[in-house]
Design a protein around this ligand. Structure first.
Ligand SMILES: C=C(O[C@@H]1C=C(C(=O)O)C=C[C@H]1O)C(=O)O
Length: 113
């Protein structure tokens, strides 16, 4: 497998190497995912109507953006497809998360009236 540009060279000969690398990457991913969730909570506060939570045009733009980034980094076609699949699931989760926060906000606004 060719190493995509912009990727650090790591030695992955044993399962210990692999798991150490996965743990290192996950430690970097978790704070980024928490920041993405923070964006969803902010979006739930900003949007005024429940049917604005899912924006299919924006979903398509996000998928285009991450696939372009994967290609830039030298990913092959099958890994670009993998990124699209991962992001499709991530975005669906985020839309559900944002909807839950939107509904919580609406319920609180109802109580406050
Ligand atoms: C955060 C948004 O809400 C939703 C979540 C998205 C995401 O997870 O990237 C994209 C589109 C929206 O349906 C948004 O509209 O940008």
């Amino acid at each position: 497998m060719t190493r995509p540009q912009g990727f650090k060279a790591v030695t992955l000969h044993t399962m210990t190497d692999v798991r150490h690398q996965v743990d290192t990457l996950d430690a970097q991913l978790v704070p980024l995912l928490l920041q993405r969730l923070q964006c969803m909570r902010a979006a739930a506060q900003i949007k005024s109507k429940r049917d604005q939570v899912r924006d299919d045009q924006r979903v398509a733009a996000v998928l285009d953006h991450v696939k372009r980034r994967a290609r830039q980094l030298g990913a092959d076609a099958s890994d670009v497809d993998a990124i699209e699949a991962i992001y499709s699931q991530l975005i669906e989760f985020c839309i559900g998360y944002e909807l839950r926060h939107f509904d919580q906000k609406s319920a609180q606004q109802e109580v406050g009236r």
